[in-house]
Design a protein. Structure first.
Length: 214
């Protein structure tokens, strides 16, 4: 216990850093994921192509490589931002591709007649998607979206290698101070467990309240 009690402030700082990365990146991922899913099913061909390229590139690019490209590449083009913001954008964009595909699978479960009925009433594509299709689609994909955001929380550990304050990065300081590496990682694992179980509990509540009964 002394590893935790004697370094509670350090663990707390890393824990809050991971929570902030997870929350902000999740918001970015959800917004972009919904947008890209809309593009993938849009009647405009250029939108569908853009959505397809976005998903294909991000889903097939290793996250570590994406971090290097954003953290080290963008500043060379004059875009200089705090590393924390770069990490949020990287995690959010990467995860948005998986959110998009989960949501698109939900859109495919909505009967086509729903959209046709909405259009027959004079509703635009945006109105049909936003008020008829997406609400029904989201109900059916609550579990996979929750799993994707849990993966995001764990993926945030990569940000520690780029001078971003997060939970896994605390092991470097504790190792230099001579603490047991095993117990250092045990308490780090407990921190991640708290975060992931919290996300899981939140989505379980959403599923029970809004999910589609099977």
């Amino acid at each position: 216990m002394n590893v935790l009690t004697e370094n509670f402030a350090l663990y707390g700082e890393g824990f809050l850093g991971t929570v902030e990365l997870t929350v902000y990146s999740s918001l970015v991922a959800l917004v972009l994921g919904f947008l890209m899913a809309s593009f993938r099913v849009a009647p405009v061909g250029s939108f569908r192509v853009f959505g397809t390229v976005w998903v294909t590139v991000l889903r097939n690019t290793p996250l570590t490589l994406l971090f290097f490209a954003v953290m080290l590449g963008l500043p060379r083009f004059g875009l200089v931002l705090p590393f924390e913001l770069f990490a949020v954008l990287t995690l959010g964009c990467y995860t948005s591709a998986f959110i998009c595909e989960a949501l698109r699978s939900g859109i495919n479960t909505v009967p086509k007649g729903q959209g046709e009925a909405a259009r027959s009433l004079g509703m635009s594509f945006g109105q049909t998607l936003g008020t008829v299709v997406l609400p029904q689609a989201f109900r059916s994909v609550i579990p996979p979206i929750g799993s994707t955001l849990i993966a995001l929380a764990k993926n945030s550990a990569i940000a520690g290698a780029f001078s971003v304050t997060e939970l896994l990065g605390t092991y470097k300081t504790l190792n230099e101070l001579g603490y047991s590496i095993i117990w250092t990682f045990v308490w780090i694992a407990v921190g991640y467990l708290i975060i992931t179980l919290s996300i899981s509990a939140f989505f379980n509540v959403l599923e029970k309240r809004y999910g589609v009964a099977r």
